[in-house]
Ligand binder design. Structure first.
Ligand code: KE4
Length: 431
C-alpha cells in the first residue's frame, strides 16, 4: 500500500514527540516498518492519511467495542460538549455511569473515576496499602497494569516489545516492594505469602492476560488466587481494564464466578474517551478521600464528555443479544485463522474469550511469559505486514491481544480471512 503521507507524518512527529508517538506500542517497533497515521475511522474500518482503508482488530486497544464513531456515542458526546466540556464540580452523569458499573460488575459496590487505566491501578494499589497497612505487592511476569512505577517490573505490552521489561527510573525502594511471580503458578503465590507473612498488601492480576498476547488462566487458578489472598488478608485486585465489559457484561469475574476485592477498569468504560475507574467493596472504597484518608484526585476525573461516552457505550452493551453477536464474530475470526494456519503448516496457538482474541506462532502451549516468548516474533512481523498490505490492521506486536466489535460484520470477516489466505501464500512462497 502507498503510505507516503504516513512516512512524512512520522518524520515530522519524530522531530517534536519522543519516538514520534504518544504511546510506545504505536511505533511499530514490534513489527518493523513505518507506523500508519490515521485520518479517520468508522465502524470496523480505519482510513490512513493516504486514503487506504483497513479492517481494524486493535480498536484503540480495546475501548471501541461498538465500533469506531458509533452514532450513539458520538451524539452523546456532542450533546454533552454543547453543555460544557468540564465543570470542576460534581455532575449527575458521574452517578449515572457509576450506577451502571455497579449494576454490571459483581465486585463493585462503590467506584471512583479517573482518566486512565494507569491511574486506576495506581490508585487501587495505594488504597490496598492504606487499607491493610502493608507495603508489598504481588504481580505476575508479563502482565501489564499501566506505567505506574510499582507495576513496571517485568511488565508486558510495550515493555515486552521494547525489550526493556524493567524501566530505568524505578527506584530500588519501589522495586523492592513488588514481588514478580510467574503467571498460572499457584505454588509460587503460596510461597510468596509464606516468605512475607503479614507484609503483602495486594495481589494484582490480569484475570485473562491481554498484555502478553491473550493467555488464559488454568482451571482453578483464579479461585486459587481468591483463596490465598483471603487466607492471608491481602487485597485481590482484578485488573479488568482490558477485559471489563469485553468478555461479558460483568467481565472475567462474572464469567468465572470469582469475585475480587477491588477491580480496575478502563478502555470500554469510556467508549473511546479517557476514563479509568477503580471500585470494589464499600468497606475498602470508603477509605478513599474525602471520606477516608487515602488520597486520590484528578482534574478531569468524571469529565462530562467522557461520562457521556461511557454511559452510551454501557447502555448499548446491555441490549439483548449483544454479547452473542460479539462471540460469534470472535469465533469466526479465530476459527478461520486457525484453519488457515493449519492448512499452511504454520505452528500456532489460538485463544479467544468472546471478542477478545489472540494467536501465537509457536507449537508450545502458551501459559505464561516464558512460553509466550517461544513465539516466532519475526514471523509475526512478516504476517502483520502482509495483512496490512491487504487492508487488515492487526496489533503491531506479537505480545498484544486483538479485539472485534459489533461493527465487524460478515463482509469484514470474509475480507479478513481472504487476506489471511493471500498473506500465508505469500509467506509460504518466500519461506
Ligand atoms: P492506560 O493507562 O493505557 O489507559 O491503561 C493501562 C492498562 C492497565 N491495565 C491493563 C490490563 C491494560 O491493558 C492497560 C493498557 N493496555 C495497553 C494495551 N496493551 C494500552 C496500549 C498502550 O499502551 O498504548
Amino acid at each position: 500500500m502507498m503510505n507516503q503521507r504516513s512516512v512524512e507524518a512520522f518524520e515530522r512527529a519524530k522531530r517534536v514527540i519522543p519516538g514520534g508517538v504518544n504511546s510506545p506500542v504505536r511505533a511499530f517497533k514490534g513489527v518493523g516498518g513505518n507506523p500508519v497515521f490515521m485520518r479517520s475511522a468508522k465502524g470496523c474500518r480505519l482510513t490512513d492519511l493516504d486514503g487506504n482503508d483497513y479492517i481494524d482488530y486493535v480498536m484503540s486497544w480495546g475501548p471501541l467495542i461498538l465500533g469506531h464513531a458509533d452514532p450513539g456515542v458520538v451524539g452523546a458526546v456532542q450533546r454533552a460538549a454543547a453543555g460544557g466540556t468540564s465543570f470542576g464540580a460534581p455532575s449527575e452523569a458521574e452517578s449515572d455511569l457509576a450506577e451502571l458499573v455497579i449494576a454490571m460488575v459483581p465486585s463493585v459496590e462503590k467506584v471512583r473515576f479517573c482518566s486512565s487505566g494507569t491511574e486506576a491501578t495506581m490508585s487501587a494499589l495505594r488504597l490496598a496499602r492504606g487499607f491493610t497497612g502493608r507495603s508489598k505487592l504481588i504481580k505476575f511476569a508479563g502482565c501489564y497494569h499501566g506505567h505506574g512505577d510499582a507495576f513496571l517490573i517485568s511488565a508486558g505490552s510495550g515493555a515486552l516489545t521494547m525489550g526493556t521489561p524493567d524501566s530505568p527510573g524505578i527506584t530500588p525502594g519501589v522495586a523492592g516492594d513488588t514481588l514478580c511471580l510467574p503467571y498460572n503458578d499457584l505454588d509460587a503465590v503460596a510461597a510468596a505469602f509464606a516468605a512475607f507473612p503479614g507484609e503483602i498488601a495486594a495481589l494484582i492480576v490480569e484475570p485473562y492476560v491481554g498484555n502478553m498476547g491473550l493467555i488464559l488462566p488454568k482451571p482453578g487458578y483464579l479461585a486459587g488466587l481468591r483463596d490465598l489472598t483471603a487466607k492471608h488478608g491481602a487485597v485481590l485486585i482484578f485488573d479488568e481494564v482490558m477485559t471489563g465489559f469485553r468478555v461479558g457484561p460483568g467481565g472475567v469475574q462474572e464469567r468465572e464466578g470469582v469475585t475480587p476485592d477491588l477491580t480496575t477498569l478502563g478502555k470500554i468504560i469510556g467508549g473511546g474517551l479517557p476514563v479509568g475507574a477503580f471500585g470494589g467493596r464499600a468497606e475498602i472504597m470508603d477509605n478513599i478521600s474525602p471520606l477516608g484518608a487515602v488520597y486520590q484526585a484528578g482534574t478531569l476525573s468524571g469529565n462530562p464528555l467522557a461520562m457521556a461516552a461511557g454511559i452510551a457505550t454501557l447502555r448499548a452493551l446491555r441490549e439483548p443479544g449483544v454479547y452473542e453477536r460479539l462471540d460469534a464474530a470472535g469465533a469466526r475470526f479465530t476459527e478461520g485463522l486457525a484453519e488457515r494456519f493449519t492448512a499452511h503448516g504454520v505452528p500456532h496457538q489460538v485463544a479467544r474469550r468472546g471478542s477478545m482474541v489472540g494467536f501465537f506462532f509457536t507449537d508450545t502451549p502458551v501459559v505464561d511469559l516464558p512460553t509466550a516468548k517461544t513465539a516466532d516474533t519475526a514471523f509475526y512481523g512478516r504476517f502483520f505486514h502482509e495483512m496490512l498490505d491487504r487492508g487488515v490492521y492487526l496489533a503491531p506486536s506479537q505480545f498484544e491481544a486483538g479485539f472485534l466489535s459489533l461493527a465487524h460484520d460478515e463482509d469484514a470477516l470474509h475480507q479478513t480471512l481472504a487476506a489471511a489466505d493471500g498473506a500465508l501464500e505469500a509467506l509460504h512462497a518466500i519461506a
